[in-house]
Design a protein around this ligand. Structure first.
Ligand code: XMP
Length: 523
């Protein structure tokens, strides 16, 4: 792999993604990883990330010279560039003057590995206080900016490179090209990380891990569980049983997408549990959002647990079930790489870890956990899904909360209200898709204010109906969000269609609150 050494900025994941966009596999390691451990991974190249620290700071994260001088190609970015310069005997000066945001860099592209065939002036994105004033001996300076006399250096002999700016951010116009040049020309790495290869490799790993055992997987209708299931199906075929709990809180067409389209496209063996009545009764009379979440979560686990026991029994594990020695050994989990990195799980660990009590499953029903997506970023999961023939409607589905429409009815959840909301939501989604806005909008909750009524007039009569709220938001990660400026004509069409076509709804309102202070969902 290409190892991205994380010096504690938020950029390491972005760098790792950009490397993969160049079709090269990458993993993130914390800067505290001992150099022997880094080199033991036999990296094809090492990238040193930026970081919030000054190389002069008391607690500045250290860079061991062994990492830079081992002969492995190295690319330093921002803090990593400075730390690398220092280790190689260059001079880093405390300027005390920050260069921040868009800057113009002067490039000498002639006989440059990083900048070959690129313009002599480029827009780059900077964020630094210190700067390299004298490049390490043996390196060639190929860029400068007003605040950084040495803004890039290259050493083809030792295969050491670096830039002061952030090539991984999109504001840096030639960033991806510079990274790609380092990987291809500097480090001589072949671009073999393609979705076809990724599928082959993961399928191989799953086969090795699972052997002859049986596997169970819970499908939610979302991207991650669907792609994980499709991968395992590709690897071990009918050894996999998928369980889909229909809690009746999905949107129009979503249950059918799983039960029909997904099964037809992937050939998975699917058990559908129709638990719609059960969820409705459990939710009867409940209006508190947290209470709803708890009930939905609890019921889900109970239903899934029963289904899992049935699958175990169906495969002859009745006697062995309680001892944990049943033939269904593995439970598929759709964990992604960012979760692995953020939970400190460390990159590059085995694809699989064992677990005894997953997601509330009881101790006596033991499974080992298989996480086939744990090396992938979300965009890669989508590509793998496409490669495996998972329907596009699932692959490109926007985020949707586990408790589903249950937390989009403000008030008690009833079958009638679900029917109203499902219709209104389908219309909104249809029009947003038709307008080509799906990729601009992170998600658009459609909310029914079930306990609010307002007066309206339709035809010759007075109405007394419910409002529907449209909540289109733009976001990178759902932590913060802004309301999406959907064109008025589209809003007008959605509004008139919903009020005309959905009974009991006589008003459509737009939520113009950012997050914070509002959350994305209303409950
Ligand atoms: P909020 O409303 O907190 O939502 O701004 C942030 C993101 O999380 C989703 N969300 C949930 N997802 N279970 C989930 O699986 C939940 O209980 C839940 N609540 C919110 C929400 O759709 C948004 O993408």
């Amino acid at each position: 792999p290409v190892l991205v050494v994380d010096f504690g900025a938020q950029y390491a994941q972005l760098i790792a993604r950009r490397v993969r966009e160049a079709n090269v596999y990458s993993e993130i390691v914390p800067h505290t990883t001992p150099p022997e451990e880094i080199l033991a991974k036999d990296p094809a190249a090492i990238i040193l990330s930026g970081g919030p620290s000054s190389v002069y700071a008391e607690d500045a994260p250290g860079l061991d010279a062994a990492v830079v001088t081992s002969g492995v190609p190295v690319f330093g970015i921002c803090y990593g560039f400075q730390a690398m310069s220092q280790v190689l005997g260059g001079q880093v000066a405390r300027t005390g003057q920050r260069e921040y945001g868009e800057t113009r860099a002067n490039i000498s592209s002639e006989s440059s590995t990083l900048f070959a065939d690129q313009p002599g002036e480029q827009v780059v994105w900077m964020s630094h206080g210190d700067a390299v004033h004298a490049a390490p001996a043996g390196t060639k300076v190929t860029a400068s900016t007003p605040g950084a006399p040495v803004a890039a250096f290259e050493d083809d002999e030792r295969r050491l490179y670096g830039v002061q700016w952030h090539p991984e951010v999109l504001h840096t116009t030639h960033g991806q090209q510079v990274l790609t040049n380092f990987l291809r020309r500097g480090a001589g790495i072949d671009p073999t990380w393609t979705s076809g290869n990724v599928v082959d490799q993961l399928v191989e790993e799953i086969r090795e891990t699972v052997g002859e055992d049986r596997v169970i997987c819970g499908l939610s209708g979302g991207v991650d569980s669907s792609v994980a299931a499709a991968l395992v199906q590709r690897a071990v075929g009918d050894q996999l049983t998928c369980v889909f709990v229909d809690h009746g809180l999905l949107r129009e067409g979503e249950a059918e997408q799983v039960e029909k389209d997904f099964v037809a496209a992937t050939g998975v063996d699917l058990v559908v549990v129709d638990a719609r009545e059960r969820f409705l009764s459990a939710l009867a009379g409940v209006t508190d959002p947290e209470q709803k979440r708890k009930i939905i979560g609890r019921e889900f686990i109970r239903v899934f647990e029963q289904a899992a026991r049935d699958v175990v029994r169906a495969h002859g594990g009745a006697d062995a079930e309680a001892s944990g020695d049943h033939p269904v050994k593995w439970l598929v989990q759709g964990t992604l790489y960012p979760d692995v990195v953020e939970s400190g799980g460390g990159a590059g660990t085995a694809n699989i870890k064992s677990h005894h009590n997953v997601g509330g499953l009881p101790d006596d029903l033991q499974f080992k956990l298989i996480e086939p997506l744990r090396t992938l970023f979300k965009d890669e999961v989508r590509q793998v899904g496409i490669e495996l023939g998972v329907p596009e409607a699932i692959v490109w589905r926007q985020p949707f909360p586990g408790p589903g429409l249950g937390i989009r009815i403000v008030g008690e959840v009833t079958a009638d209200r679900l029917a109203i909301l499902r219709r209104a939501d389908a219309i909104a989604r249809e029009e947003l898709t038709r307008a080509g806005l799906d990729r601009d909008i992170w998600q658009c909750p459609v909310v029914l204010l079930a306990d609010v009524r307002s007066v309206g007039v339709q035809g010759d009569g007075r109405t007394y109906g419910h409002p529907i709220v449209l909540r289109p938001v733009s976001s990178e990660d759902a932590m913060t969000a802004d309301w999406t400026r959907v064109p008025y004509e589209i809003l007008a069409r959605i509004s008139s269609r919903i009020t005309n076509e959905v009974e009991d709804v006589n008003r459509v309102v737009l939520d113009v609150t950012s997050k914070p202070p509002g959350t994305i969902e209303w409950e």
